[in-house]
Design a protein around this ligand. Structure first.
Ligand code: GLA
Length: 744
């Protein structure tokens, strides 16, 4: 029977004329694209505008991002006519397909194997809430039914736009998203200087400037977790210059709010214009989207300023403190952390004495770091115990409650360390749930710091990780602070849970992490969470939605920290930068710096100490107490002031910066000599910035016995201080001085 049917089909094909056969196979109907009216859509903040053009054929182009220039309708008059648009460069959200041949923001592979998507405008909507206007622009592919919504949240006063995209599979078949950027920008300037951040453990956020040529520049992370320790998902772009300028010139600063693999690309086209895409890295992540499902990208946050890098940083910081960082307006406590002072080697007694010292020195919190848990596999080193989160009965027979109560009795808050996404192979957890570990069938499960990564794409693992946090919070009433660590990258990735859909792993790991954090915040809105991740491994605006601060780096050497904090603070505000004074020789670099220098560096962020206070001399303790005491005088400026950088450590022998209160009445100035220079015996001139020129400020030097500036204790006008007459003597390498300014 089957044979007969096949024969009949073959005969039919043979008797059809060749043309008819061809037509049958290649029938081609061109879908009609509805015409729309030509118009501009402007997304505006107080000083900036992002302007789009809707062409009559429905294509959405980006016309401008930069200064706000009055009535946006002018752009309509000045825009190329539709007939002149012979290139599709500059599409607001370029999709792979149609005439477009550049790097796509969206690239979809359809069930029939095709790759073409052409997006056309369907309408837009503007809504407003306090301080923010949201513009949503709808786009559609009329052949496949793919729908895209571009969403721009414009924060008026802060001049920041947070853009994301919602991609809906409106067709009847499943598709795979091969590229799915959060947003695109198309910029026109004569030159582009890209400033970005690369790094490694203990050397995070190293600054690199690069004049962009015509080859594509890509900044990416494929580390899976701890994604930002290599490259940070952020950048500054100086326009029309080959020089990095702090105080003048046009600068765009951008950051992706995502803690997983990311990709930023910068592509300069034939017309010398620059196309920027920011989003989740497509590496091994062809994301399957079922019919009717929507994928929501993370936010790409950006700002524009004509006041150089300084202006761009201040915009981002103001926005982040108000809208992005968890409890961003809050001042977080100073602390003593047990890690570098005790490592794994402590008893209850050790910790009690550290708490005594913390309280005596005037600190506000004690944080018990790694080493407090595990019984069958005690955590006495980094080779065992991760996963088994019950207090170690030998080291801490009285339990955590006893420690927390003791801290509270001393007037200290109490914090504790966890690393809930990980397991040592030597743990009950790893034995009980081998399928919860990230792994690829038949391959070795590689270890990093003797540990494995748990598969957060698995909802059961998400429950477990939430449970760790929850149970740790129950160990004592009133745990005030959790240090959330994450000490390795993903390697040989794979999820037993995701079975044949491994392409979802990287994306859903990060979404899983956020699910857990969201649940934690619902239950524990007030606990302070530090996002640690080996130091510098989760420095991104995605994690900061749930965390109050970051552990800036495991490198606590004050000299290294100057470079790390300088660069971190270009994008992230000082309130999130945890910065600790540690012992010398420094445990990471071996460098020896004076205690005052270490304090003066740590005081430019959230101040903490991480050493055994018993090892300080009487003199050192007195200095420590003085530095901690004076920190409280200006801490609110570190947490909520505007930063003005006076000298970059990359430009010479000095680093200097200041934080100025929003009302310009108070300021604190930090100055450091990082390399010896013979001429600095005569003082080093800095032009103070951000002050009110007409106000008179009294200047008081802090943290010292001997003053570094002739003007100490006197009052000067803001304009005088801005003139270069402020010239503290910083005679040697590691000389430093802090000045507090208050208007009379
Ligand atoms: C990581 C963190 C450190 C410390 C150790 C503990 O390296 O960055 O601050 O908590 O883990 O193991």
């Amino acid at each position: 029977m089957r044979k007969t049917l096949l024969l009949a089909a073959a005969l039919l094909v043979a008797i059809l004329p060749a043309e008819a056969r061809k037509a049958k196979k290649f029938t081609h109907n061109t879908v009609q694209i509805p015409q729309v009216s030509r118009q501009v859509i402007a997304v505006e903040t107080d000083n900036t505008a992002l302007v789009f053009l809707v062409r009559e054929n429905g294509q959405l182009m980006m016309l401008h991002y930069g200064a706000r220039v009055g009535d946006p309708a002018q752009y309509l008059a000045a825009a190329l006519s539709d007939a002149d648009y012979n290139t599709l460069a500059g599409m607001a959200y370029p999709a792979s397909g149609g005439r477009y041949i550049g790097e796509p923001a969206l690239h979809v592979k359809y069930a029939d194997g095709t790759h073409n998507t052409e997006l056309y405008y369907t309408g837009h909507q503007v809504t407003a809430r306090e301080g923010c206007t949201t513009t949503s622009i709808g786009l559609q592919d009329y052949v496949t039914g793919m729908e895209v919504k571009l969403v721009y949240d414009a924060y008026g006063k802060e001049n920041v736009i947070a853009a994301h995209t919602e991609i809906r599979n409106g067709g009847g078949q499943p598709v795979a998203l091969l590229n799915y950027a959060s947003a695109a920008l198309y910029i026109d300037a004569d030159e582009y200087l890209l400033t970005h951040f690369h790094g490694a453990w203990a050397a995070e956020m190293q600054l690199e400037h690069e004049v962009l040529g015509h080859d594509m520049k890509v900044i990416e992370s494929r580390r899976g977790v701890q994604a930002t320790q290599g490259n940070n998902p952020s950048f500054l772009l100086s326009l029309g210059t080959r020089e990095f300028r702090e105080n003048e010139g046009e600068v765009i600063a951008g950051a992706l709010a995502w803690s997983g693999n990311f990709r930023l690309s910068f592509d300069r086209d034939d017309a010398h214009r620059l196309s920027i895409l920011a989003g989740i890295s497509p590496f091994a992540s062809a994301y399957p989207l079922k019919a009717g499902d929507t994928f929501v990208t993370p936010e790409f946050i950006y700002t524009w300023s004509a006041e150089g890098a300084g202006g761009a940083s201040r915009n981002l910081h103001r926005w982040a403190r108000k809208y992005s960082i968890y409890d961003g307006g809050q001042v977080n406590p100073t602390l003593l952390n047990s890690w570098e002072g005790a490592y794994f080697n402590f008893t209850t007694e050790t910790l009690l004495r550290m708490m005594d010292d913390a309280a005596l020195m005037g600190l506000e919190m004690f944080v018990l770091d790694d080493g407090w848990f595990g019984n069958d596999y005690p955590r006495n080193g980094d080779n065992a115990g991760l996963g088994d989160w019950e207090p170690n009965r030998t080291k801490l027979p009285e339990g955590i409650d006893y420690l927390a109560q003791y801290a509270h009795g001393k007037g200290l808050k109490f914090g504790i360390w966890i690393e809930p996404e990980m397991a040592n192979p030597a743990s009950n957890l790893a034995h009980a749930h081998p399928d919860w570990v990230v792994q690829s069938p038949g391959r070795e499960i590689y270890q990093g710091r003797n540990q494995w990564v748990l598969d957060l794409s698995n909802p059961a693992v998400q429950d477990f990780v939430f449970g760790i946090f929850d149970r740790t919070m129950q160990l004592a009433p009133g745990i005030d602070y959790i240090k959330w660590d994450c000490n390795r990258v993903v390697q040989s990735f794979g999820s037993p849970y995701l079975e044949s859909e491994q392409d979802r792993f990287y994306v859903e790991y990060c979404q899983g992490l956020y699910n857990v954090m969201r649940r934690i915040r619902e239950k524990y809105p007030r606990v302070i969470v530090q996002c640690c991740s080996s130091g510098g491994g989760r420095v991104d605006y995605g994690a900061l939605r749930y965390c109050n601060e970051i552990w800036t780096s495991d490198n606590t050497d004050a000299l290294s920290r100057i470079y790390i904090q300088y660069a971190t603070n270009l994008i992230y505000p000082a309130c999130v930068m945890a910065s600790h004074v540690s012992a010398v020789p420094n445990h990471q670099t071996g460098n020896v710096t004076p205690l005052k220098f270490r304090f003066d560096v740590a005081c430019a962020g959230r101040l903490g100490m991480e050493l055994q206070p018993r090892n300080l001399s009487t003199q050192e303790r007195a200095l420590a107490e003085r530095c901690i005491g004076s920190y409280y005088k200006y801490r609110d400026l570190v947490f909520s002031g505007d930063v003005y950088r006076l000298a970059s450590p990359y430009d010479g022998s000095y680093y200097a910066l200041m934080y100025v209160s929003q009302d310009k009445r108070r300021a604190v100035v930090f100055t450091y000599c990082i390399h010896f220079e013979p001429r600095n015996v005569g003082g080093k001139s800095f032009k103070l910035s951000g002050l009110d020129p007409s106000r008179t400020y009294r200047v008081q030097e802090l943290n010292v016995d001997r003053s570094a500036w002739w003007g100490n204790g006197q009052a000067f006008s803001g304009s005088f201080l801005a003139s270069g007459a402020f010239n503290p003597v910083l005679p040697q390498q590691y000389s430093s001085a802090i000045f507090y300014l208050e208007a009379d």
